[in-house]
Each structure stands twice: as C-alpha cells, then as structure tokens.
Design a protein around this ligand. Structure first.
Ligand code: SF4
Length: 682
C-alpha cells in the first residue's frame, strides 16, 4: 500500500516541483488554488474580465478553454492584456480536447497546457472494438507521433503540461483493454507520461477526475502507487468533475479532494461548481488550509513504522458489520444504509409543527436522536422526550461520566417507545465500567455505544472481544483530532476499525462529527460542511460507517439535511434526485446555472433518479457516468436528451427541452408527482 506515507496521520506526499510560469506546484509549495473561466474564449474582453475577477479573489492559476485554433490564438491577446493589467504573475492554462493543432497554437501563449489523454490523439467514437496486441502497439506509436510535437515545444518554451484524465472520456483503446475503471484512467495517463519522459520532459502535473468521488479517489491512489513503483514523483491536480452547485456541489468536491488531501496527496486543486467561478475559490482555499495545517505539523511519529490497515484502498468494499435492529425497521448492517442521528435538546421537540425536520425542507427525517444526559434529573427529561410521539425510531442517551448503570435503569423511567442506545465515553483502564454498562444493555434489550480513543480501544480490546459485538457500537466522537498534530479523526476511526478487525469484532461504527474547528478555528457553516465531508466522506469511501451524526451544526433540521447530503455525496445513501452538472466553460452551449436550477425545481423530488446536465458533449456521454437521463448541449440553443449513454432526442429547441425531459422520465416509469409542500408554521 505504497500510495501514502500513513493511513493514520496526514503526511504530505513528496513530489518534485513543477513551475507553471512563476508559480511552483508540488514539493514544499502551498496547495495552489485554480479555476476556469466560463466565457467564450474568443470574447477576449470577457475572458480577461473573468480572469482578473478570479485572480482578485485568490485564484492562483487560471484555465481557459481553447476549443479550436481561433480560440487558441486569442490566448496571446488575453495573456498580454492580463499582464498589462498587472496580473502577469497569474499563469494561464489552455484546456485542450481533441485538437493537437489548438494545443500547438496555445502553447505559444500560455504557461501550461492541459491535454485529455482520452481524446488528444483519438477521435472518440464511443464504441469499443477489439484490439490485438499488434493493433495496440500501433496505436501507442501513433499516440507517440501525435503527442511528441507538443511535448517538445513545451520543453523548448519552458511550459508545463497537465495530463488530465477524465473518467468519462477514456479512449476506445483503453476501454477495450481496461474498461471504464480507475485502472483504465491510470493506464491512460501513464501512456502519455511515458511519451513525456521519452522526450526528456518532466514539467508534468497529473489529474484523474470523475464525477463519482469514490472512482476519483481510487484512481488517484492507484496512480500514485504506480508512479511510486516507477520512481516518479509528479504533482497532482485534484478535482471532482460535474459536482453540481450549492451545498451538494461543495460536499462532493470536499469528499473527493478532502479524502485525498488527508492521505497527503494533492498539490493544486480546483473545486468545480455550477456557479460563477469566483465562488469556487473560498471553498478551495478552506480545503487547502485545512490540509496544510495538518501537513505543517509534520508526522507525529515514524509513519513508516505503523502497521498498515487491512482495507484495500484501490477497491471499494463496505466493512462487514453486525446487523443491529436499533428499532423496528431500522437496522444497521451491510444491507442497510448508514443511519442518521441528530443531536437535539428539549427545544427541538417543542410545538406541534417543530420536531426534527424542517417542514419547509421536505427532508428525510433523522432515525435516531441524541440527547445529552448530564445528571439524574436530566435523565428523567430525556426519557420523557424519548417516549414522546415526536421522537425518531431510536434514542441515544449520552451519559455523563459519573452516571452508573443503576441510575439509568431506575424504575421511575417511563417506557420509551423507541429503541435505546446508551452512549458513554470509556477510557483506558475502565474495563469494569464497560462490562457493567454492557451487562445493563444486554439485560434491558438496549445497545451500548462505546466512545473510545484508538489507544483505549487497544487497551480494552480483550474485554471487547469477550463481550462480543451483538449489542455494541463503536465511535470516537469525543476525540475529533489532536490539535496541532497531523492526526485527524479519520486516522482515529481507521485505527479503531483496524483494532476491531484484529479482534474479529463486527460491531458497527458510528461516525460522529463533533468538531468543525479542529483544524483552523473556523466555526462557519462552510467549515462544518467541509469537515463533515472530509471525515464522513473519507470513512465511507473506505467502506467504514454505519451511523452518522453531524453534531457541529446545532440547528437540528440543518444538521439532518447535511448528514443526508453528505451520505448522498459519498454515494452511501440516496435520499433525493442526484444531479451531475458540469461547471460550464467557454464551450458551454446554454446557461448552465439557470438551467440546472430550473430542472432541479421540477425534478428534485425524484429520489434515486440521477440526472446529468452538461454544457456540451466534449467529454462524451461517458462523462455522465451512470446517469439515468442526460440533458446535454448539442448546438447553440439546442439540447440533446439521453437515456443512459444513449442519445434519444437530438437538437431540441431549448424552450421545449424541459418538458421533453420530464416526458422521457415518465415514459421510463421513473416519475412520481412531487409531494404537496407542507405549510410553513405560522
Ligand atoms: S462538459 Fe461543460 S465544462 Fe466540460 S467542456 Fe463541455 S461545457 Fe465545458
């Protein structure tokens, strides 16, 4: 598992430095923030305006699409005007698909060229044919001949190159041999990388983007592992493509980018949002700052000496856990989705229209409620709430350290209608207390959630093994991370999971997000969202996590919504329509932002349906990955509709396209009417 120095602490990967103009990427440079303009590149004034706006909010590298030679020629003027306006230090990147001629023009004017190995030398036909070994070798030679002129020119001019692989646009050659897989993405990049090295060119940055964070995470890890094996140390550009907008877009980006940054991988990042590009920058900066504050602490110990965990980081599989029936119809276990718990207080139960779901949000309600029990008096109040009609299916009682089993089991308590989980912190050496609470849970038909540090888990491990995992749940919410050290809570959960595996325990893991400020002292909602995505998304991507709570957000309905959104972003639980929307660029054929919002307003209630909204088809229908339906720019003002990867309606006038999309969803039996919006409380 040579893709990162440690799975338990955040240690930055060692890379060479690549200079993009005067901006260093990789090595000891800070994580560089970048974005892309969305204007028509040939509208030079608009592109310069957007580039300046990006630079002014902190974008360090600006990418501009060059869809043809005419657009590539405009980069000269754009570069000149930016320099004249005082932004000469902001490097420009030409984004190339399909046309080597556009790349050869662009390289004359900008500091870096991005090529897509899936379509630089290949006309994508979206067909897979058989390649013999001789065919394949012939294709590689053709690739070499087509790509080498650009590589040589980059070397002569001192330009940088990004080999930017996209999951959705792999060449037919790669698809034939490796399929639509992370391995195919990696091989696609390595083909181009070897051509660069054969031309003695090493100013290279690589990316492995996908709209599915799990695919993207696996592809980057695999790429690094393969590069390490070949003693290659090129920097990485991280990004999740087609992440969408709003909270969902930020979550998806943070899960993919954040998980890799916690692994110590990533040197420059772009957060793709279907919003004006300037809104990407604060999100990217917050992600980068969180990671860099961990990196700067340095390893807390000899990472190389740590035993590896048992997870295969290159192939997702969910940890096999015990099925615990927490309440009727609400169980944990591999065949059940992660369950959502909300932290609440008496005020959240007040009034007939309150409860733990915002009536305006139509959200899925929480399944468990976490109530603090500071003392015996608080216990009576918690029992009352747990027995009330507003309580979710199960209740978690967070017990203060001095409450004994006898206090909790007091006969005066009313019989709650919900399942009961006792949550208590256990330290090293507290085996007796743990055994007593486990006994109470067994006698009462309750469950016991043990909040442990990894060290306490190791200390209490033999006892845990004797108790078995029939009624136990594990968490380490009380220890979100050691401030000022490279240890993030992700590492703590991984260590606990590993300890359980070693002892043969299948008890579920509860991911508690308890501290959004662990890294940078920022208590904003964005920080909570990013931290929840980092922690929960990373662990879910490792197949860990059976229960989730976002306790950093004190507004209960918002916390529930955030939990479901993070689960959806991680692909762990689908609770609403999934949107895959590209961020738009100079190739976009319609207004993506308003179109996405309009379509979302009409279809956002279709739980389990995946809709792709793409500005153009440059990256192929594969970019829509596993979307059920696609709404794709076919020509200016014209829309093509897809069912899966199949285009079924061409060149529809945009004014008709929404209705035709809905008709298509109905034809395929995926439509349900939206529920009536509940009246907001007076
Ligand atoms: S899919 Fe969207 S972001 Fe990608 S090239 Fe087309 S318009 Fe640009």
């Amino acid at each position: 598992m040579a893709y990162c120095a440690s799975r338990f602490q955040t240690v930055r990967r060692r890379t060479v430095e690549v200079l993009v103009g005067s901006v260093g990427v990789g090595a000891s440079n800070p994580i560089r923030i970048q974005s892309m303009t969305t204007s028509d590149t040939q509208d030079v004034a608009a592109t310069v305006r957007q580039s300046i706006a990006l630079a002014e909010v902190g974008c360090e590298i600006v990418r501009i699409t060059a869809p043809n030679v005419a657009a590539a020629k405009c980069l000269r003027e754009i570069r000149a005007r930016l320099s004249a306006a005082g932004f000469g230090g902001v490097p420009l990147v030409a984004d190339i698909h399909f046309l080597p001629s556009a790349a050869m023009e662009a390289v004359e004017h900008v500091e870096k060229v991005r090529v897509n190995p899936g379509n630089y030398a290949d006309k994508k036909r979206f067909a897979v044919r058989e390649y013999t070994d001789a065919d394949y070798a012939g294709e590689l030679q053709r690739l070499h001949d087509t790509f080498s002129p650009l590589v040589k020119r980059c070397r002569q001019l001192g330009r940088a190159l990004r080999i930017g692989t996209n999951h959705g646009s792999l060449s037919d050659r790669i698809m034939n041999r490796y399929g639509d897989t992370p391995l195919g993405m990696v091989e696609s990049a390595l083909e181009f990388l070897r051509i660069c090295e054969a031309n003695d060119f090493r100013q290279i940055i690589l990316s492995m983007k996908a709209s599915n964070p799990k695919v993207m995470i696996e592809a980057y890890r695999l790429l690094v592992e393969r590069m390490q094996a070949e003693d290659m140390h090129y920097p990485l550009h991280l990004g999740v493509t087609e992440a969408g907008d709003g909270e969902d877009g930020r979550i998806k980006g943070a899960i993919g980018i954040g998980s890799l940054l916690l692994d110590g991988l990533g040197d420059t990042i772009r957060v793709s949002l279907t919003e004006d590009s300037v809104y990407e920058i604060p999100v990217a900066r917050a992600l980068a700052q969180k990671a860099m504050s961990l990196w700067s602490a340095g390893p807390a110990g000899p990472a190389a000496a740590e035993a590896p965990d048992a997870i295969d980081p290159f192939r997702y599989s969910r940890r096999e856990t015990a099925r615990l029936e927490l309440a009727p119809g609400c169980a944990t276990g591999p065949e059940n989705p992660p369950r959502v718990i909300v932290r609440a207080g008496p005020e959240d139960f007040a009034g007939p229209d309150r409860g733990l779901r915002d009536p305006k949000l139509e959200g899925t309600p929480a399944e468990g409620v976490l109530l603090a029990v500071p003392d015996a008096a608080g216990l009576a109040a918690a029992w009352t709430l747990a027995a009330g009609p507003a309580a979710p299916p199960f209740v978690v009682l967070e017990l203060a350290g001095d409450l004994a089993p006898a206090d909790v089991a007091a006969p005066a308590r009313p019989e709650p209608r919900s399942g009961v989980v006792l949550l208590r912190r256990f330290e090293r050496g507290q085996g007796e207390a743990l055994a007593a609470f486990a006994g109470l849970a067994r006698r009462s038909g309750w469950f016991l959630a043990c909040d442990l540090t990894p060290d306490a888990a190791a200390d209490l491990g033999p006892l845990l093994q004797r108790l078995g995992d029939e009624r136990l749940i594990f968490t380490c919410g009380g220890v979100p991370g050691d401030r000022g050290s490279p240890r993030h809570a992700v590492g703590a959960y991984r260590r606990i999971a590993e300890e359980l595996r070693r002892r043969g325990l299948r008890a579920p893991l509860w991911i508690r997000n308890t501290d959004a400020t662990a890294v940078q002292g920022d208590n904003s909602f964005l920080s909570k969202l990013l931290e929840a995505s980092f922690l929960t998304g990373s662990l879910l991507g490792d197949g860990l996590g059976d229960l989730v709570s976002i306790e950093t957000e004190r507004d209960a309905p918002r916390s529930v919504r955030l939990a479901y959104n993070v689960l959806q972003g991680a692909g762990a639980r689908i609770s609403k329509t999934e949107f895959v929307a590209c961020p738009s660029c100079g190739r976009t054929l319609f207004d993506l932002q308003t179109t996405t919002q309009r379509i979302r307003a009409q279809t956002g209630h279709l739980k389990g349906v995946k809709l792709a909204i793409m500005g153009c088809i440059v990256n192929g229908p594969g970019e829509m990955a596993d979307a059920d339906f696609g709404y794709v720019g076919g020509a200016p003002g014209k829309i093509n509709l897809y069912v899966g990867k199949q285009c079924v309606q061409y060149n529809l006038p945009q004014a008709e396209a929404d209705a035709r999309l809905i008709a298509l969803i109905k034809e395929h039996g995926r439509w349900v009417d939206a529920p009536a919006t509940p009246a907001a409380p007076a």
